[in-house]
Structure formats: structure tokens, C-alpha cells
Design a protein around this ligand. Structure first.
Ligand code: 26Q
Length: 817
């Protein structure tokens, strides 16, 4: 596009939509006008892509989460007009970097949601016909602030300034029937712009609305409450994203969300099929395939059979066989607490016809198992309906044509543990699809300098379409000039990050410090707690003069805790207490800094990752399915300080263990020591470990109990009645919990609880080896050149971790496109 014509369009747009000249327009207004210009520009290609999509075999990606982040920069880059728009805006006196104020689209929690977003980007870019279906939550993942060291949550009303990248398609609305209420699913379509090709994919998100704006029938019959209740339920279904990550919550509203978007998506695809092929369903499964992103959309399986049988006159057996062809299931976690099970009564109450289908599926399963000579006493392990619960992973594994894990080790764990009994009878269903990330966002968009260097050395930008090309650059790891340039780029990105952190957190870091970064959802298995304890250990040893030439290091954390996850929130507070202690201690200020950044999200990641030297990936071996942050750091030239877990294993296979810092127990070790593991023994033996753990209970830190107590007392002015006294007793118990958040962490490590044994995630078992790896890293870093070489080798070996590779594997080996 011509810069002059762009400038004209921007000026005209601002006058038309906001009656403003550029200098008076807000960032949001300029953004909205640019988005509108872009959408108009691609509309023809989008339409043509959708027609192509419908006439050939294609895949649907059903996901309760799509963590898209900010659209504008990525979309302009993919359209190939970023530089032109930047220049046009510049000439109009507007700095394109101001778009960093635009809200992220945070309709996801973490890894699973971001993976869905990377997949759509890759599919569009490598011409895989893939359409995303999900929920248009009114409120995305909460915004996090840190107040007095505690996490506080605030609503994320992301559309309050408009949603210019989406188109409302009311004409495609679909009715969804629950037993108690019928609601309307209204689709909003977002273009997914392929990188420098004419292919535009679609993400279709469903918003729930009342069927009629107001139910006059009910109202006129004096059923006011019911009229209002129906409208409220209808609008609440897509109101908010559940903030849980890797834990399941059996709430009615969550079930409604899952059924709502699963049913809408299936009805949509069946309607489209019928438009093109009429009521002859013989080609349905040869033209369509559906990927279920974890168990969240698995209710789609019985819903599909219900739609085919009850609404399209297909025989049950035929519908059942079609289901077995059309669905595939990806598992994203081995954590027992994340496996979804729904109460039979809940399912029956909300969608009785769907429940009947599940019962029939269960009968089919028992028949099949009997034919396969599975023993009667073993049936329990398979049954979809068991102990009054519907087991979603079992349903998905039984009906899914292919089942996959998301990294090699994870797929192996599924076969030998999580889904062991299923692997025994259906070995051919099981596959691995190691996750990936899109280099358009995680290199081209967030690290223009490194992108520039690589395209200069390679002669073109084709690595943005084929990341494996980076491997050709490995020869430059012996070239002093290139490594020096690489060092300069990292320094620039560190400086940018340091400025950004200063602006947002008010903490000034320094460039000559190692930037050591752990950013991910707060979870015990990810062991941010271990990182915190280890930092504290380093701090004490520095104070003691025990660590003479420790390289100055800034430890940066970021991540949200599910609001109901008390231990994760206590860990945030603990990290902030440590930060306070260390950042205010003059003795160590030229050696150590600790920062917990607020509201870690996709856009913050785009700043943190290019500026990092060290990527912390320290989950207990066998717990992190894959991880994808690890890949983003690698691509941007950080070394991995991590365990033998998830995709870390494949990362060091590609980039060399000698270029990374891998430590700690392997999955085999964990399994071997599990039953006899005694953290107290380690605690008693190792004075360093004892010293840091004791800070949880010896008054070094405050978990904020006093403040809580004061407000409790103020509120407690009611007269004492029997009922009140009982209530107060309950409150005292809760108060103890609040009082003891650090004490609770202490007991979790050394004593255990009724749900977990002491130190369930083997922190103490790995602490010493973690410390040693850190010291080695700290020493290695002193040789700037050699360390940079390691970083460079990591980056140029990241080709395998492009989601383009992953999506092609899905297309070939699962979807058979
Ligand atoms: C389920 C029921 C009710 C409410 C919430 C949930 C729920 C929501 C989100 C359960 C799990 C999740 C998210 C899981 C997740 O993000 N898993 C991560 O997936 C990544 C992509 O495959 C992997 O890289 C990570 O290792 C894995 O933890």
C-alpha cells in the first residue's frame, strides 16, 4: 500500500468515525481506524479463503480458550504492511509504538490457550484449512495488581473500547437448548491473517444472548422474575473465563459454557455441510475433522450424536461410527486434579438428551471391551459413567480417532500411566505432537533486531515461513563479528526491558546483571517456590561472604495465581517479601535484585522474553506436559536452566545439553524415590536448606496476618447468638489459614496434608542441584563471548519448535488433509 493513500485513509477514517484530526485522536481511536482499514483490505481474500475452506477437506479446532494477545502489530506484519503503516502514522505525527497501550485479548489462561492462538496463526500461514471455534468471553482473564505484596484481581473488560478486529455475524446465530432455558449463540468472526500469502483463516467465537431481547410473553403473564432470570442466565454463559489453569472446577456455569460453544460449533458446521451437500451425510466425515483441545469441548461428542440422530434422522449406529471418525483429542496435562469429571445429575439436569447418548456410548463401550476380552473386574477403569460421574477424558479416548500428548515425554506418560489401560487396547490411537510457537509473533514481532540480523545473514525472510532454515546459521557461532552483533542485540533488548520494568513496576534494574526470568502461571508443580527458596539461599550466602564472585543477577518473576488457589497466592506474597528484603539491603544491591512483575500477559511476555538471559523451566520431572515459554526463550537466545521435563528434553536434544543448564531428578528418579522420600531428612542435614525454610516460620517475613485480623475485629460487632458463635468458630479456622499462609507452606514442605505428602513436588530433593547449576551458570556468564555463543546456538536450533512444524504434523498424521 502507498504511504500517501494510507495517510489519507487514516485521516478520513478519524474524521468519519470520531470527527477528529490525528493530533486530537486517542490511541484507541487511531488503532480502531487502522484496524478497519486492514479488515477492509483483506475482506476479499478472506471471503475467497472461506470458500476454499468449505469445498475441501478441513479441520476444526474446538477450544474453550484462545489467548490471542494484541492483534494489531502481528496482523500488520502478516499483511506485509507494518513498515508502511508505521511510516504513514509517523508522518501524521503518531508513534506506532503507542499501540502498546491497546488491551490484550486475554481469552485464555496460559499455555493451552496460547497454543491455540499459535496454531491458528501457523495454519493460516502454511495453508492448512483450520477454523477455530471458542467462546467470546465478555471478561477475559483477570488483571493482576500486586498490592502490599499480595495479588489482587480486577475485571478485564477488554471490549470496552470496541473490538475492531471482529465482525458480528448475527445472521449465523444458533439456538442452544438447555432443559431450563434456550439461549442464542451469536458468532463473532476474527480474521487470522496468513504471513505474506492470500490465505485468511477464521476464529469464530460465540457470545451468548437472550433469544429475545425481552420475553414479553412471560412478562405479560406476570412472570416477571422468570423473564429476568432467563435473560440473566443467557447473558451470563459467556460472561467470564474461568481463571483456573491445570485444575478442574465442577461448576454448573462452566458446564453450560462447554456445552454452549460445543453445540453451537457443531450446529454451525452441520448447517454449512447441508448448505453444500444437502441431507446426504455420506461425505461428512471425509470432509470434516474436529480437534478437541483438552477435555473442555468433549461434550461435543455426545452432542454430535444427538444432533445427527434426533435432528437429522441418522441411525444411532451410523452417527456413533461417524463420531468415531470425526473427533480427535489432545491431552494437555497429567495432573490428576485437572481431569474433568461431571456429576451425572448435573449433566442430566441440564442436557437430558445428551446424557442419554452418553449412556448409550457407555453401553457400546462395555460391549466392545467384552469383545476385546477385557476382564469384568477391569471394566471399572474404562467406564465413561462411573461412581455417578461422567469421565470426560475416557469419553474422548474411547471415541477419539487419535489421541495425542504435547511433548515426547508427555505422550509416553499418557501411554504408560494416565491412559495406560486405553493404550493396552487401542495402541494405534496414540500419537505425539510436540508443541510449537509461531515465529511471526515470538521473533518477527517481538524481536525485530534479531529478525533483521537473521534475514541479512540468510539473504531473505523465508525463515519466517520455514524456521528450520535458522540451522544454516549455526556456522556463524564461530564468527566473532556475528556473535558480537548478537551480543549487542541482546543488550538492546535488555535495555528496553529494563526501561519497561522501571515504567511499570518502579524498580530499576541494571544492564550488566544477568536477567533470570521465570514467567508462567503460578502453580506448585512449576516450582516458583523452589526458585524463591534458592534465591534466598544465594542471598544468605552472599551475606556470609561465602559466594565471592557471584555474577550480579536480577531474578524476575511473572504470573497469575488462580484466585481460589491459596498456596499459589501465598507463594506470590513470599516472593514479594523476599524481593523487599533483598532490594532494600545495601550489602547486596550490586549483586542481587528480585522483581515480581504485575499482570504478566502475552504482551508483557513479548518484552520479557527477548530481554532474558536465562529461561527458568524447573517443574518437577514428569509434571509439565510440554511448556511453550521454554521454546520462546530459546528462539530469542536465552539458555534454559531447567529440569528433564516436558519439551525441555527435546530443546536440549536440539541445542545441546552443553549449551544449557539441566539439573535435578529425572522422571525415573522421581518414580524410584517417591515412596521412601523424606524431605525432613534433607532439611535436617543441610544447614543452607534449613536456614531458608525456617524463614517461613521464624518471623523473617510477614504473610500479612495482622492486617487481616484488624479488619476481622472491626467487623465483629454483632451480638453473640448460638448461630453466631458457630459461625465465628468457622471464621477462626479460616483465620488460622490466613494467619498461617507461610506456616502452611512450611508444613506443606515438611509434614504434608491430607491431600498431599510432604514436599509433593520434590523441591528439597532438587534444591542443591539447582544451586550448583546456578553457580555454574553464574561463572560461565563471566565469559561474555562463550556465553553468547551458547545463546546463539540455542536460537538457531529452535527451528523444530515452530508451530508451523506442529500444525503440519497434525494436518498429515491426524487430520489427513
Ligand atoms: C477445566 C475445568 C474447569 C475450569 C478450568 C479448567 C482448565 C482450564 C485450563 C483446565 C486446564 C487448563 C489449562 C491447561 C494448560 O494450559 N495446560 C498446558 O498446556 C500447554 C500447551 O499444551 C502445555 O505446554 C503445558 O505444559 C500445560 O500445562
Amino acid at each position: 500500500m502507498q504511504i500517501n493513500s494510507l495517510m489519507k485513509k487514516i485521516k478520513e477514517g478519524l474524521l468519519r468515525d470520531y470527527d477528529k484530526e490525528v493530533d486530537r485522536a486517542s490511541v484507541q481511536e487511531v488503532h480502531n481506524v487502522v484496524a478497519k482499514i486492514a479488515i477492509t483490505e483483506i475482506s476479499k481474500a478472506w471471503h475467497e479463503s472461506e470458500n476454499r475452506f468449505n469445498t475441501n477437506r478441513h479441520a476444526y479446532f474446538l477450544s474453550a480458550e484462545f489467548l490471542m494477545g494484541r492483534a494489531v502489530q502481528n496482523n500488520l506484519i502478516c499483511m506485509g504492511i507494518y513498515d508502511e503503516v508505521k511510516e504513514a502514522l509517523n508522518q501524521l505525527g503518531f508513534d506506532i509504538n503507542k499501540f502498546e497501550e491497546i488491551e490484550d485479548m486475554a481469552l485464555g489462561n496460559g499455555g493451552l490457550g496460547r497454543l491455540a492462538a499459535c496454531f491458528l496463526d501457523s495454519a493460516a500461514s502454511v495453508n492448512v484449512p483450520l477454523k477455530g471455534y471458542g467462546i467470546r468471553y465478555k471478561y477475559g482473564l483477570f488483571k493482576q495488581k500486586i498490592e502490599e505484596g499480595f495479588q489482587k484481581e480486577y475485571a478485564d473488560n477488554w471490549t470496552s473500547f470496541g473490538d475492531e478486529w471482529s465482525l458480528r455475524r448475527f445472521e449465523d446465530s444458533i439456538k442452544i437448548r438447555f432443559k431450563d432455558i434456550e439461549v442464542l449463540a451469536v458468532p463473532y468472526d476474527m480474521p487470522i491473517i496468513g504471513y505474506e500469502n492470500d490465505n485468511i483463516g477464521t476464529l469464530r467465537l460465540w457470545q451468548s444472548e437472550a433469544i429475545e431481547d425481552f420475553d414479553f410473553d412471560l412478562f405479560n403473564n406476570c412472570k416477571y422474575d422468570e423473564a429476568i432470570r432467563n435473560k440473566t442466565i443467557a447473558e451470563n454463559i459467556s460472561a467470564g473465563l474461568y481463571p483456573n489453569d491445570n485444575t478442574y472446577e465442577g461448576k454448573i456455569l462452566r458446564f453450560r459454557q462447554q456445552y454452549f460453544f460445543s453445540s453451537a460449533s457443531l450446529q454451525d458446521l452441520i448447517r454449512k455441510y447441508k448448505e453444500l451437500h444437502g441431507k446426504d451425510f455420506s461425505k461428512l466425515v471425509s470432509l470434516n475433522t474436529i480437534q478437541l483441545n483438552d477435555t473442555h469441548p468433549v461434550i461435543a461428542i455426545p452432542e454430535f450424536i444427538r444432533l445427527m440422530t434426533l435432528e437429522n434422522n441418522v441411525e444411532f449406529d451410523d452417527a456413533f461410527n461417524m463420531a468415531k471418525e470425526i473427533f480427535n483429542y489432545t491431552n494437555h496435562t497429567v495432573m490428576a486434579e485437572a481431569l474433568e469429571k461431571w456429576d451425572v445429575n448435573l449433566v442430566k439436569d441440564l442436557v437430558p438428551e445428551v446424557y442419554e447418548v452418553i449412556e448409550k456410548i457407555n453401553e457400546k463401550l462395555i460391549e466392545e471391551l467384552t469383545d476385546l476380552k477385557v476382564k469384568k473386574e477391569d471394566l471399572d477403569k474404562y467406564e465413561v459413567i462411573k461412581d455417578n460421574q461422567v469421565h470426560m477424558a475416557r469419553l474422548a479416548t474411547y471415541i477419539g480417532k487419535y489421541i495425542n500428548g504435547v511433548a515426547e515425554i508427555h505422550s509416553e506418560i499418557l501411554k504408560k500411566d494416565t491412559l495406560k489401560e486405553w493404550y493396552e487396547i487401542y495402541p494405534d490411537k496414540f500419537q505425539n505432537k510436540t508443541n510449537g510457537i509461531t515465529q511471526r509473533r515470538w521473533l518477527a514481532s517481538c524481536n525485530k533486531e534479531l529478525t533483521e540480523l537473521y534475514s541479512r545473514l540468510l539473504g531473505d525472510k523465508s525463515f519466517l515461513k520455514d524456521l528450520s532454515k535458522l540451522k544454516e546459521l549455526e556456522k556463524y557461532s564461530e564468527n566473532k563479528d556475528i556473535i558480537d552483533e548478537f551480543i549487542q542485540i541482546k543488550k538492546n533488548k535488555k535495555r528496553e526491558l529494563i526501561d519497561y520494568i522501571y515504567k511499570h513496576e518502579g524498580i530499576k534494574l541494571e544492564e550488566h546483571f544477568i536477567l533470570d526470568v521465570q514467567i508462567k502461571r503460578l502453580h506448585e508443580y512449576k516450582r516458583q517456590f523452589m526458585n524463591a527458596l534458592s534465591i534466598l539461599d544465594i542471598y544468605f550466602r552472599l551475606k556470609d561472604g561465602e559466594l565471592k564472585d557471584f555474577t550480579p543477577t536480577a531474578f524476575i518473576f511473572g504470573g497469575k495465581a488462580a484466585p481460589g488457589y491459596a498456596r499459589a497466592k501465598a507463594i506470590i506474597k513470599f516472593i514479594n517479601e523476599i524481593a523487599d528484603l533483598i532490594n532494600n539491603d545495601k550489602d547486596v544491591q550490586d549483586k542481587l535484585k528480585v522483581v515480581f512483575v504485575q499482570n504478566y500477559n502475552v504482551s508483557y511476555a513479548e518484552k520479557l522474553i527477548p530481554g532474558a538471559n536465562v529461561s527458568e523451566q524447573i517443574s518437577t520431572a514428569g509434571t509439565e506436559a510440554s511448556g511453550t515459554g521454554n521454546m520462546k526463550f530459546m528462539l530469542n537466545g536465552a539458555v534454559t536452566l531447567g529440569t528433564y521435563d516436558g519439551a525441555n528434553i527435546e530443546i536440549v536434544r536440539e541445542a545441546g545439553e552443553e549449551n544449557n543448564y539441566i539439573f535435578g531428578a529425572t522422571e525415573e528418579e522421581v518414580l524410584r524415590i517417591k515412596d521412601s522420600y523424606d524431605p525432613v531428612e534433607i532439611y535436617n542435614k543441610d544447614k543452607h536448606i534449613k536456614r531458608v525454610i525456617d524463614t517461613l516460620v521464624d518471623g523473617t517475613f510477614s504473610d500479612g496476618y495482622e492486617e487481616e485480623e484488624v479488619t476481622e475485629v472491626k467487623d465483629g460487632v454483632e451480638e453473640a447468638t448460638d448461630e453466631n458463635i458457630e459461625k465465628e468458630e468457622i471464621e477462626t479456622v479460616e483465620e488460622k489459614l490466613i494467619e498461617g499462609t507461610f506456616k502452611e507452606l512450611y508444613y506443606a514442605l515438611l509434614k504434608g496434608t491430607h491431600w498431599h505428602k510432604a514436599d509433593h513436588y520434590f523441591i528439597l530433593n532438587d534444591l542443591e542441584r539447582y544451586f550448583n547449576a546456578r553457580i555454574k551458570l553464574s561463572n560461565d556468564y563471566k565469559n561474555e563471548y562463550e556465553f553468547a555463543r551458547k545463546c546463539f546456538i540455542n536460537s538457531v536450533n529452535a527451528g523444530f519448535f515452530s508451530s508451523d512444524r506442529t500444525i503440519k504434523e497434525y494436518a498429515e498424521e491426524i487430520w489427513k488433509l
